[in-house]
Write a protein that binds this ligand. Structure first.
Ligand code: PLP
Length: 368
């Protein structure tokens, strides 16, 4: 393994391949796989991740916004791309770059039909999103007839799939609610299919859905976090491998006398002799102040070292008292032996947030 010489997010493509195979092995061979690569592929690198998954013949990509789909197209990605939450101002660009919109309301349906007509499109692939209980985006069941009226005798679009999203797929206590969402989705799907003369795909499961509700895999699933090595479930996490490892180095070591302070607002006060290490990574890199004040540890030569005082914009200080280390040594912030999920929990958040928050200032490398 190459040692870090500056703050680096290291991307392990073998881990990605392992996770992809693991998730696919939980599905029927015929089930299509949509890889969710929004938000820079959960904070890693969209182009690197998507090119690898394309080489592994993933069926579909999903992004949140049109500009993310454009980034994939600019990177040479040819696989179909669903845009989960397109803004109508970007519909022209969406069509020009062959991106496929999620359409989630009557307003958006009308807007898209208008733009598709202006572009002279016929059978443009679209995906209808139904709300089954998350109450975030989606048509309601009662909208089915209106949708059919709107598209009746219109050539511009073709419904390629319908989909919905579970509100609590990782939560065993909400199993009944999830099953209700699934049965409502099946009801809506059957209603629409009865009146539409051509078939469409259905998809509902995110990563935890694949783990907990695999019966509802239909024709396709949409997985994000699992590909990156986390599954909201300690047992499954053990079978996945983290793709991203955030590494940094020790810039300087200080010997702190009793009652001296460290950092802004003198927020850490030494209760004895301490050794501290200053690291070139701060809240502008995505390690927020909520990780400071002794809540969270990083790994210095394999030993946990607490982040002390206030995290600064470009630096943070860790307590290395009693740890054998020197300036220039590598530090693991998370990934590898220190799961991002464990790291995130110390600040009451989830792996998704810490991963996607690593700023674009941090250099990305691919693990050799
Ligand atoms: C982000 C997202 C996913 C991926 O969820 P994971 O829990 O990361 O697998 C799937 N579907 C929709 C609609 C999403 O917004």
């Amino acid at each position: 393994m190459v040692k870090a010489v500056e703050t680096t997010l290291e991307i392990d493509l073998n881990a990605l391949e392992h996770n992809y195979s693991h998730l696919k092995a939980r599905l029927k061979p015929s089930t299509k796989f949509m890889a969710v690569v929004k938000a820079f592929a959960y904070g890693s690198d969209m182009a690197i991740i998507a090119k690898k998954l394309e080489a592994l013949r993933v069926d579909y990509f999903a992004v949140a916004y049109v500009n993310e789909g454009v980034m994939l197209r600019n990177a040479g990605v040819k696989t179909p791309i669903l845009v989960l939450h397109p803004q109508s101002v970007n519909f022209d660009e969406l069509i020009e770059r062959c991106l496929e919109p999620s359409i989630y309301s009557l307003r958006v349906l009308k807007q898209f039909l208008t733009v598709a007509k202006q572009h002279g499109q016929s059978d443009y692939p679209v995906h209808l999103k139904f709300n089954t209980g998350l109450n975030r985006l989606g048509f309601w069941e009662r909208d089915v007839n209106f949708i059919l009226q709107q598209i009746h005798n219109r050539q511009e679009i073709k419904i390629k799939s319908i989909f919905s999203h579970l509100a609590a797929s990782e939560d065993a206590a909400e199993k009944e609610f999830s099953l209700k969402q699934i049965s409502l989705f099946e009801k809506v799907g059957a209603e629409l299919q009865e009146k539409l003369e051509y078939p469409f795909m259905k998809h509902m499961l995110n990563t935890s859905g694949i783990v907990n509700f695999s019966k509802a895999q239909y024709e396709m699933v949409r997985s994000g976090i699992g590909l990156y090595g986390y599954a909201n479930d300690a047992a499954i996490d053990g079978q996945l491998k983290p793709v991203a490892t955030l590494k940094t180095i020790i810039s300087q070591i200080h010997k702190i006398e009793p009652h001296e302070s460290v950092g802004y607002n003198r927020a850490f006060k030494a209760d004895g002799y301490k050794m501290t290490a200053t690291l070139p990574i701060g809240h502008a890199d995505g390690i927020g102040r909520q990780y400071g004040m002794g809540k969270t540890s990083v790994l210095v030569n394999g030993q946990p070292a607490l982040i002390i005082g206030n995290v600064c914009m470009d630096m943070m200080m860790v307590d290395v008292t009693g740890i054998d280390c020197k300036e220039g040594d590598e530090v693991i912030v998370f990934g590898g032996p220190l799961s991002a999920e464990t790291f995130a929990k110390t600040a009451n958040t989830i792996s998704y947030e810490i991963l996607t928050g690593i700023s674009q200032r941090v250099k990305r490398t691919v693990k050799k």
